[in-house]
Design a protein around this ligand. Structure first.
Ligand code: MN
Ligand code: MN
Length: 462
Protein backbone atom coordinates (compact mmCIF):
# COMPACT_ATOMS: atom_id res chain seq x y z
CA UNK A 1 0.00 0.00 0.00
CA UNK A 2 1.67 3.18 -1.23
CA UNK A 3 0.93 6.69 0.02
CA UNK A 4 -0.19 7.68 -3.46
CA UNK A 5 -0.65 5.80 -6.73
CA UNK A 6 -0.98 7.39 -10.15
CA UNK A 7 -3.07 4.84 -12.00
CA UNK A 8 -3.23 3.82 -15.62
CA UNK A 9 -1.28 6.65 -17.22
CA UNK A 10 0.79 6.37 -20.36
CA UNK A 11 4.30 6.93 -19.05
CA UNK A 12 6.71 8.79 -21.32
CA UNK A 13 10.39 8.57 -20.52
CA UNK A 14 13.62 9.64 -22.14
CA UNK A 15 15.34 6.29 -21.80
CA UNK A 16 12.58 4.50 -23.68
CA UNK A 17 13.85 6.27 -26.78
CA UNK A 18 16.78 3.88 -26.85
CA UNK A 19 14.86 0.65 -26.33
CA UNK A 20 15.45 -1.71 -29.22
CA UNK A 21 11.72 -2.46 -29.32
CA UNK A 22 11.13 1.13 -30.35
CA UNK A 23 8.44 1.39 -27.67
CA UNK A 24 8.41 4.96 -26.44
CA UNK A 25 5.53 4.76 -23.98
CA UNK A 26 3.87 2.22 -21.70
CA UNK A 27 0.74 2.11 -19.56
CA UNK A 28 1.59 1.54 -15.94
CA UNK A 29 0.90 2.59 -12.32
CA UNK A 30 3.38 4.65 -10.31
CA UNK A 31 3.56 4.14 -6.53
CA UNK A 32 4.81 7.00 -4.38
CA UNK A 33 5.91 6.87 -0.75
CA UNK A 34 6.36 10.27 0.84
CA UNK A 35 8.55 12.23 -1.61
CA UNK A 36 9.89 9.37 -3.69
CA UNK A 37 8.90 7.09 -6.56
CA UNK A 38 8.68 3.70 -4.81
CA UNK A 39 7.33 1.38 -7.52
CA UNK A 40 6.44 1.23 -11.20
CA UNK A 41 4.14 -1.65 -12.10
CA UNK A 42 0.65 -3.03 -12.61
CA UNK A 43 -2.26 -3.01 -10.15
CA UNK A 44 -0.55 -0.96 -7.45
CA UNK A 45 -2.79 0.19 -4.61
CA UNK A 46 -2.49 3.35 -2.59
CA UNK A 47 -4.03 5.21 0.32
CA UNK A 48 -4.76 7.84 -2.29
CA UNK A 49 -4.99 7.49 -6.06
CA UNK A 50 -4.91 9.82 -9.03
CA UNK A 51 -6.53 8.43 -12.17
CA UNK A 52 -4.34 9.08 -15.21
CA UNK A 53 -6.29 6.97 -17.71
CA UNK A 54 -5.98 8.51 -21.15
CA UNK A 55 -3.30 10.91 -19.92
CA UNK A 56 0.46 11.04 -20.39
CA UNK A 57 2.62 10.85 -17.29
CA UNK A 58 6.01 12.56 -17.60
CA UNK A 59 8.81 13.56 -15.26
CA UNK A 60 8.40 17.07 -13.86
CA UNK A 61 9.88 19.53 -16.33
CA UNK A 62 13.19 21.21 -15.49
CA UNK A 63 13.78 24.80 -16.61
CA UNK A 64 17.49 25.42 -16.09
CA UNK A 65 17.46 29.07 -17.22
CA UNK A 66 15.13 31.54 -15.46
CA UNK A 67 15.57 35.04 -14.05
CA UNK A 68 13.14 35.73 -11.21
CA UNK A 69 13.29 39.17 -9.56
CA UNK A 70 16.50 39.80 -11.47
CA UNK A 71 17.87 43.32 -11.01
CA UNK A 72 18.82 44.86 -14.38
CA UNK A 73 19.69 48.55 -14.34
CA UNK A 74 16.82 50.49 -12.79
CA UNK A 75 14.39 47.58 -13.05
CA UNK A 76 13.77 44.17 -11.52
CA UNK A 77 12.24 41.38 -13.60
CA UNK A 78 8.52 41.13 -12.94
CA UNK A 79 8.02 37.62 -11.58
CA UNK A 80 9.27 37.07 -8.04
CA UNK A 81 10.17 33.66 -6.64
CA UNK A 82 6.56 33.05 -5.62
CA UNK A 83 4.69 34.15 -8.74
CA UNK A 84 7.36 32.78 -11.07
CA UNK A 85 7.66 29.36 -9.45
CA UNK A 86 3.86 29.11 -9.19
CA UNK A 87 3.43 29.91 -12.90
CA UNK A 88 6.13 27.33 -13.67
CA UNK A 89 4.18 24.71 -11.70
CA UNK A 90 0.99 25.47 -13.63
CA UNK A 91 2.97 24.62 -16.78
CA UNK A 92 4.35 21.33 -15.43
CA UNK A 93 7.77 22.59 -14.35
CA UNK A 94 8.94 21.26 -10.96
CA UNK A 95 12.53 22.50 -10.89
CA UNK A 96 14.00 25.85 -11.94
CA UNK A 97 17.57 27.09 -11.93
CA UNK A 98 17.98 30.82 -11.32
CA UNK A 99 21.09 32.97 -10.88
CA UNK A 100 23.13 34.72 -8.24
CA UNK A 101 25.50 37.64 -8.77
CA UNK A 102 27.93 38.98 -6.17
CA UNK A 103 28.07 42.60 -5.03
CA UNK A 104 31.55 44.13 -5.11
CA UNK A 105 32.12 43.74 -1.37
CA UNK A 106 30.45 40.33 -1.11
CA UNK A 107 31.92 36.83 -1.27
CA UNK A 108 30.29 34.19 -3.48
CA UNK A 109 29.06 32.31 -0.40
CA UNK A 110 27.54 35.50 1.05
CA UNK A 111 25.82 36.23 -2.27
CA UNK A 112 24.36 32.71 -2.38
CA UNK A 113 23.02 33.12 1.18
CA UNK A 114 21.44 36.49 0.28
CA UNK A 115 19.78 35.07 -2.83
CA UNK A 116 18.51 32.05 -0.90
CA UNK A 117 17.01 34.37 1.70
CA UNK A 118 14.87 35.86 -1.09
CA UNK A 119 13.94 32.55 -2.67
CA UNK A 120 13.60 30.00 0.13
CA UNK A 121 10.44 31.45 1.78
CA UNK A 122 8.72 31.92 -1.58
CA UNK A 123 9.38 29.06 -4.00
CA UNK A 124 6.60 26.50 -4.48
CA UNK A 125 8.84 24.08 -6.42
CA UNK A 126 12.51 23.12 -6.08
CA UNK A 127 15.23 25.39 -7.35
CA UNK A 128 18.94 25.80 -7.80
CA UNK A 129 21.27 28.73 -8.54
CA UNK A 130 23.95 29.31 -11.17
CA UNK A 131 26.86 31.29 -9.74
CA UNK A 132 27.67 34.23 -12.02
CA UNK A 133 31.32 35.07 -12.63
CA UNK A 134 31.43 38.68 -13.81
CA UNK A 135 34.48 40.88 -14.38
CA UNK A 136 34.39 41.89 -10.70
CA UNK A 137 34.65 38.24 -9.72
CA UNK A 138 37.90 37.47 -11.53
CA UNK A 139 39.71 38.44 -8.32
CA UNK A 140 37.42 36.02 -6.44
CA UNK A 141 38.12 32.88 -8.48
CA UNK A 142 39.68 31.27 -5.40
CA UNK A 143 36.11 31.22 -4.01
CA UNK A 144 34.80 28.98 -6.81
CA UNK A 145 35.37 25.79 -4.73
CA UNK A 146 33.30 27.27 -1.88
CA UNK A 147 30.45 28.18 -4.25
CA UNK A 148 30.58 24.64 -5.63
CA UNK A 149 30.47 23.21 -2.11
CA UNK A 150 27.33 25.29 -1.44
CA UNK A 151 25.63 23.38 -4.27
CA UNK A 152 26.10 25.95 -7.05
CA UNK A 153 27.94 23.67 -9.46
CA UNK A 154 27.24 25.63 -12.65
CA UNK A 155 28.82 29.00 -13.40
CA UNK A 156 27.37 31.72 -15.65
CA UNK A 157 29.76 33.56 -17.93
CA UNK A 158 28.66 36.52 -20.06
CA UNK A 159 30.25 37.58 -23.34
CA UNK A 160 27.89 40.60 -23.51
CA UNK A 161 26.57 43.41 -21.31
CA UNK A 162 28.31 44.98 -18.31
CA UNK A 163 29.02 41.52 -16.93
CA UNK A 164 30.96 40.63 -20.08
CA UNK A 165 34.24 38.80 -19.71
CA UNK A 166 37.08 39.45 -22.14
CA UNK A 167 38.74 36.37 -23.66
CA UNK A 168 41.59 36.41 -21.10
CA UNK A 169 39.00 36.56 -18.31
CA UNK A 170 37.01 33.75 -19.95
CA UNK A 171 40.21 31.67 -19.95
CA UNK A 172 40.74 32.27 -16.23
CA UNK A 173 37.10 31.68 -15.30
CA UNK A 174 36.82 28.51 -17.40
CA UNK A 175 40.01 27.19 -15.79
CA UNK A 176 38.64 27.82 -12.29
CA UNK A 177 35.38 26.03 -13.18
CA UNK A 178 37.32 23.12 -14.69
CA UNK A 179 39.36 22.75 -11.51
CA UNK A 180 36.22 22.05 -9.44
CA UNK A 181 34.60 19.84 -12.15
CA UNK A 182 31.87 22.45 -12.59
CA UNK A 183 29.92 23.27 -15.72
CA UNK A 184 30.14 26.73 -17.33
CA UNK A 185 26.97 28.13 -18.95
CA UNK A 186 27.55 30.97 -21.39
CA UNK A 187 25.72 33.90 -23.00
CA UNK A 188 27.60 33.99 -26.31
CA UNK A 189 27.41 37.13 -28.47
CA UNK A 190 30.07 39.43 -29.91
CA UNK A 191 29.71 42.51 -27.70
CA UNK A 192 32.20 44.75 -29.55
CA UNK A 193 30.36 44.28 -32.85
CA UNK A 194 26.95 44.79 -31.20
CA UNK A 195 28.09 47.96 -29.46
CA UNK A 196 29.38 49.43 -32.72
CA UNK A 197 26.26 48.47 -34.72
CA UNK A 198 24.02 50.08 -32.08
CA UNK A 199 26.16 53.23 -32.24
CA UNK A 200 25.87 53.35 -36.05
CA UNK A 201 22.12 52.74 -36.01
CA UNK A 202 21.36 55.37 -33.38
CA UNK A 203 23.60 57.89 -35.22
CA UNK A 204 21.54 57.24 -38.39
CA UNK A 205 18.29 57.85 -36.50
CA UNK A 206 17.39 54.16 -36.42
CA UNK A 207 15.90 54.07 -32.92
CA UNK A 208 12.96 51.63 -33.17
CA UNK A 209 13.03 47.93 -32.11
CA UNK A 210 13.15 47.00 -35.81
CA UNK A 211 16.89 47.62 -35.46
CA UNK A 212 17.37 45.33 -32.46
CA UNK A 213 17.90 42.07 -34.42
CA UNK A 214 19.84 44.03 -37.03
CA UNK A 215 22.35 45.06 -34.35
CA UNK A 216 23.00 41.51 -33.16
CA UNK A 217 23.90 39.42 -36.26
CA UNK A 218 23.42 35.66 -36.22
CA UNK A 219 26.86 35.14 -37.73
CA UNK A 220 28.49 36.94 -34.79
CA UNK A 221 26.46 34.97 -32.25
CA UNK A 222 27.92 31.89 -33.92
CA UNK A 223 31.39 33.45 -33.84
CA UNK A 224 31.11 34.04 -30.09
CA UNK A 225 29.80 30.51 -29.51
CA UNK A 226 32.65 29.08 -31.57
CA UNK A 227 35.21 31.24 -29.74
CA UNK A 228 34.15 30.17 -26.27
CA UNK A 229 33.90 26.55 -27.43
CA UNK A 230 37.50 26.81 -28.62
CA UNK A 231 38.71 28.40 -25.37
CA UNK A 232 36.85 25.75 -23.33
CA UNK A 233 38.30 23.01 -25.52
CA UNK A 234 41.81 24.42 -24.97
CA UNK A 235 41.19 24.59 -21.20
CA UNK A 236 39.59 21.14 -21.14
CA UNK A 237 36.23 21.88 -19.57
CA UNK A 238 32.70 20.95 -20.69
CA UNK A 239 30.53 23.84 -21.83
CA UNK A 240 26.86 24.72 -22.24
CA UNK A 241 25.72 27.47 -24.62
CA UNK A 242 22.61 29.34 -23.50
CA UNK A 243 19.71 30.51 -25.69
CA UNK A 244 20.88 29.56 -29.18
CA UNK A 245 18.80 31.70 -31.57
CA UNK A 246 20.05 30.68 -35.01
CA UNK A 247 21.22 27.78 -37.15
CA UNK A 248 24.73 29.22 -37.42
CA UNK A 249 25.32 28.94 -33.66
CA UNK A 250 23.63 25.52 -33.48
CA UNK A 251 26.01 24.37 -36.22
CA UNK A 252 29.06 25.34 -34.12
CA UNK A 253 27.73 23.23 -31.28
CA UNK A 254 26.97 20.30 -33.59
CA UNK A 255 30.45 20.53 -35.09
CA UNK A 256 32.08 20.49 -31.65
CA UNK A 257 30.00 17.48 -30.61
CA UNK A 258 30.96 15.63 -33.79
CA UNK A 259 34.57 16.12 -32.71
CA UNK A 260 33.67 14.49 -29.39
CA UNK A 261 33.80 17.67 -27.31
CA UNK A 262 31.50 17.83 -24.24
CA UNK A 263 29.52 20.81 -25.55
CA UNK A 264 25.74 21.21 -25.23
CA UNK A 265 23.26 23.86 -26.32
CA UNK A 266 19.74 25.00 -25.60
CA UNK A 267 17.11 27.08 -27.34
CA UNK A 268 13.94 28.76 -26.00
CA UNK A 269 10.26 29.17 -26.97
CA UNK A 270 10.72 32.75 -28.17
CA UNK A 271 13.06 31.50 -30.90
CA UNK A 272 10.85 28.53 -31.79
CA UNK A 273 7.47 30.28 -31.91
CA UNK A 274 8.15 33.91 -32.93
CA UNK A 275 9.89 35.64 -35.83
CA UNK A 276 11.58 39.04 -35.96
CA UNK A 277 8.60 40.83 -37.52
CA UNK A 278 7.33 41.07 -33.92
CA UNK A 279 9.73 44.02 -33.59
CA UNK A 280 7.85 45.90 -36.32
CA UNK A 281 4.64 46.14 -34.27
CA UNK A 282 3.79 49.81 -33.68
CA UNK A 283 4.54 51.66 -30.46
CA UNK A 284 5.20 49.80 -27.25
CA UNK A 285 4.09 46.47 -28.78
CA UNK A 286 7.34 46.32 -30.75
CA UNK A 287 9.40 46.82 -27.59
CA UNK A 288 7.83 43.95 -25.64
CA UNK A 289 9.58 41.00 -27.39
CA UNK A 290 13.04 42.60 -27.09
CA UNK A 291 15.38 39.95 -25.71
CA UNK A 292 18.94 38.90 -26.48
CA UNK A 293 19.98 37.15 -28.58
CA UNK A 294 17.12 38.58 -30.65
CA UNK A 295 14.23 36.70 -32.20
CA UNK A 296 15.30 36.07 -35.80
CA UNK A 297 13.82 35.20 -39.20
CA UNK A 298 11.81 32.20 -40.31
CA UNK A 299 14.89 30.38 -41.61
CA UNK A 300 16.47 30.60 -38.15
CA UNK A 301 13.32 29.23 -36.58
CA UNK A 302 13.25 26.28 -39.00
CA UNK A 303 16.94 25.59 -38.34
CA UNK A 304 16.34 25.47 -34.58
CA UNK A 305 13.49 22.97 -34.89
CA UNK A 306 15.76 20.84 -37.10
CA UNK A 307 18.57 21.11 -34.56
CA UNK A 308 16.26 19.86 -31.79
CA UNK A 309 14.95 17.10 -34.04
CA UNK A 310 18.51 15.90 -34.79
CA UNK A 311 19.60 16.33 -31.17
CA UNK A 312 22.17 18.92 -32.30
CA UNK A 313 20.61 21.01 -29.51
CA UNK A 314 19.83 18.97 -26.42
CA UNK A 315 17.76 21.20 -24.13
CA UNK A 316 14.87 23.68 -24.21
CA UNK A 317 14.78 26.34 -21.46
CA UNK A 318 12.90 29.64 -21.23
CA UNK A 319 15.35 32.43 -20.23
CA UNK A 320 12.18 33.75 -18.54
CA UNK A 321 12.89 37.41 -17.70
CA UNK A 322 9.81 39.60 -18.16
CA UNK A 323 9.40 43.31 -17.57
CA UNK A 324 6.16 45.29 -17.43
CA UNK A 325 4.75 47.18 -20.40
CA UNK A 326 5.61 50.46 -18.63
CA UNK A 327 9.21 49.36 -18.12
CA UNK A 328 9.54 48.22 -21.73
CA UNK A 329 8.10 51.56 -22.89
CA UNK A 330 11.05 53.43 -21.38
CA UNK A 331 13.02 52.23 -24.41
CA UNK A 332 10.69 53.87 -26.95
CA UNK A 333 13.01 56.20 -28.81
CA UNK A 334 16.14 54.09 -28.15
CA UNK A 335 15.83 50.35 -28.68
CA UNK A 336 19.16 49.70 -26.94
CA UNK A 337 17.65 50.88 -23.64
CA UNK A 338 14.67 48.50 -23.60
CA UNK A 339 15.00 46.10 -20.65
CA UNK A 340 15.54 42.72 -22.32
CA UNK A 341 13.61 39.52 -21.73
CA UNK A 342 10.28 37.80 -22.34
CA UNK A 343 8.00 35.54 -20.26
CA UNK A 344 7.77 31.86 -21.24
CA UNK A 345 8.02 30.03 -17.91
CA UNK A 346 4.45 28.67 -17.93
CA UNK A 347 3.96 27.60 -21.55
CA UNK A 348 7.29 25.95 -22.45
CA UNK A 349 6.53 22.29 -21.70
CA UNK A 350 3.03 22.21 -23.22
CA UNK A 351 4.08 24.31 -26.20
CA UNK A 352 6.88 21.88 -27.09
CA UNK A 353 4.33 19.06 -26.98
CA UNK A 354 1.68 20.90 -28.99
CA UNK A 355 3.88 22.48 -31.65
CA UNK A 356 6.70 19.93 -31.50
CA UNK A 357 5.33 16.44 -30.87
CA UNK A 358 1.88 16.92 -32.38
CA UNK A 359 3.35 18.58 -35.47
CA UNK A 360 5.72 15.65 -35.97
CA UNK A 361 8.87 17.69 -35.33
CA UNK A 362 9.84 15.88 -32.11
CA UNK A 363 9.14 12.40 -30.76
CA UNK A 364 7.54 11.96 -27.34
CA UNK A 365 10.85 10.79 -25.81
CA UNK A 366 12.67 13.78 -27.35
CA UNK A 367 10.14 16.12 -25.75
CA UNK A 368 10.76 14.62 -22.32
CA UNK A 369 14.50 14.34 -22.90
CA UNK A 370 14.90 18.00 -23.86
CA UNK A 371 12.52 19.52 -21.31
CA UNK A 372 13.14 17.20 -18.31
CA UNK A 373 15.90 14.61 -18.47
CA UNK A 374 18.80 16.36 -20.19
CA UNK A 375 18.60 19.56 -18.11
CA UNK A 376 18.44 17.48 -14.92
CA UNK A 377 21.52 15.50 -15.94
CA UNK A 378 23.50 18.52 -17.09
CA UNK A 379 22.68 20.41 -13.91
CA UNK A 380 23.71 17.58 -11.59
CA UNK A 381 20.18 16.98 -10.28
CA UNK A 382 20.76 13.43 -9.14
CA UNK A 383 17.12 12.51 -8.40
CA UNK A 384 15.20 14.49 -10.98
CA UNK A 385 14.24 14.34 -14.65
CA UNK A 386 13.37 10.64 -14.89
CA UNK A 387 10.61 8.28 -13.79
CA UNK A 388 12.70 5.75 -11.90
CA UNK A 389 12.34 4.05 -8.52
CA UNK A 390 14.27 6.06 -5.95
CA UNK A 391 13.92 9.34 -7.79
CA UNK A 392 11.95 12.32 -6.49
CA UNK A 393 8.24 11.98 -7.28
CA UNK A 394 8.28 15.05 -9.52
CA UNK A 395 5.59 14.12 -12.04
CA UNK A 396 3.16 15.64 -14.49
CA UNK A 397 -0.18 14.15 -15.49
CA UNK A 398 -0.51 15.69 -18.92
CA UNK A 399 -3.82 15.80 -20.79
CA UNK A 400 -2.98 15.49 -24.49
CA UNK A 401 -6.51 16.46 -25.51
CA UNK A 402 -6.87 19.61 -23.40
CA UNK A 403 -6.77 22.84 -25.37
CA UNK A 404 -5.44 26.10 -23.99
CA UNK A 405 -5.39 29.48 -25.67
CA UNK A 406 -2.51 31.55 -24.32
CA UNK A 407 -3.52 35.02 -23.10
CA UNK A 408 -2.32 37.10 -20.13
CA UNK A 409 -5.53 36.03 -18.36
CA UNK A 410 -5.09 32.28 -18.91
CA UNK A 411 -1.50 32.38 -17.61
CA UNK A 412 -0.34 32.96 -14.03
CA UNK A 413 2.73 35.03 -14.83
CA UNK A 414 2.95 38.55 -13.40
CA UNK A 415 3.99 40.47 -16.53
CA UNK A 416 0.45 41.22 -17.70
CA UNK A 417 1.36 40.45 -21.31
CA UNK A 418 2.59 37.47 -23.27
CA UNK A 419 4.35 37.31 -26.65
CA UNK A 420 2.26 34.22 -27.45
CA UNK A 421 -1.12 35.95 -27.08
CA UNK A 422 -3.80 34.01 -28.97
CA UNK A 423 -1.68 30.89 -29.56
CA UNK A 424 -3.85 27.80 -28.99
CA UNK A 425 -2.04 24.75 -27.67
CA UNK A 426 -3.30 21.20 -27.75
CA UNK A 427 -2.19 19.45 -24.55
CA UNK A 428 -1.76 20.94 -21.08
CA UNK A 429 -0.78 19.64 -17.63
CA UNK A 430 -3.70 18.49 -15.52
CA UNK A 431 -1.69 17.76 -12.37
CA UNK A 432 1.80 18.76 -11.25
CA UNK A 433 3.49 16.95 -8.35
CA UNK A 434 6.72 18.07 -6.70
CA UNK A 435 8.29 15.45 -4.40
CA UNK A 436 5.02 13.54 -4.09
CA UNK A 437 2.89 16.55 -3.26
CA UNK A 438 0.30 17.94 -5.64
CA UNK A 439 1.12 21.57 -6.42
CA UNK A 440 -1.40 22.21 -9.20
CA UNK A 441 -4.51 20.18 -10.04
CA UNK A 442 -7.26 20.90 -12.58
CA UNK A 443 -6.18 24.50 -13.00
CA UNK A 444 -6.02 25.23 -9.26
CA UNK A 445 -2.92 25.99 -7.23
CA UNK A 446 -2.88 23.74 -4.17
CA UNK A 447 0.80 24.10 -3.31
CA UNK A 448 2.47 26.02 -0.57
CA UNK A 449 4.71 29.07 -0.51
CA UNK A 450 8.16 28.00 0.68
CA UNK A 451 7.59 24.29 -0.05
CA UNK A 452 10.32 24.33 -2.68
CA UNK A 453 13.84 23.41 -1.64
CA UNK A 454 17.20 24.77 -2.61
CA UNK A 455 19.00 21.99 -4.47
CA UNK A 456 22.59 21.19 -3.56
CA UNK A 457 23.67 19.96 -6.95
CA UNK A 458 26.48 17.62 -7.95
CA UNK A 459 28.59 17.39 -11.10
CA UNK A 460 27.11 17.37 -14.60
CA UNK A 461 26.36 13.95 -16.03
CA UNK A 462 25.33 14.47 -19.64
MN1 MN B 1 21.54 35.76 -21.76
MN1 MN C 1 19.34 34.55 -19.35
Amino acid sequence: MYDLVIKGGTVVTATSASLSTGVSTFTVDIGINRETIAAIGQNLSGKQTLDATGKLVTPGAVDMHVHLQMPIGNFTSTDGFYSGSRAAAFGGTTTIIDFVETQAAETMVEAIAARRALADPNVVIDYGLHMTIGPGDITKLDQVPEAYAEGCTSFKLYMAYGLRLRDDELLRALTAVRDVSGIPVVHAENWDVITELIRQNLAAGHTSPHWHPRSRPALLEAEAAGRVIDIASFVGVPLHIFHVSCGEAAARIAQARQQGLPVTGETCPQYLFLTQDVYDAPGVDGTLPVCSPPIRDHAAQTALWQALSRNDLQIVTTDHCPFTIEEKATGLGNYSQIPGGVPSIEMRFAALYSQGVRQGLLSLPQWVTQCCTNPAKLMGLAKKGEITVGYDADLVIFDPEATKTITPETLHEAAGWTPYNGLTLQGWPQTTLCRGNVVVHDGKFVGEKGYGRFLHRTHANL
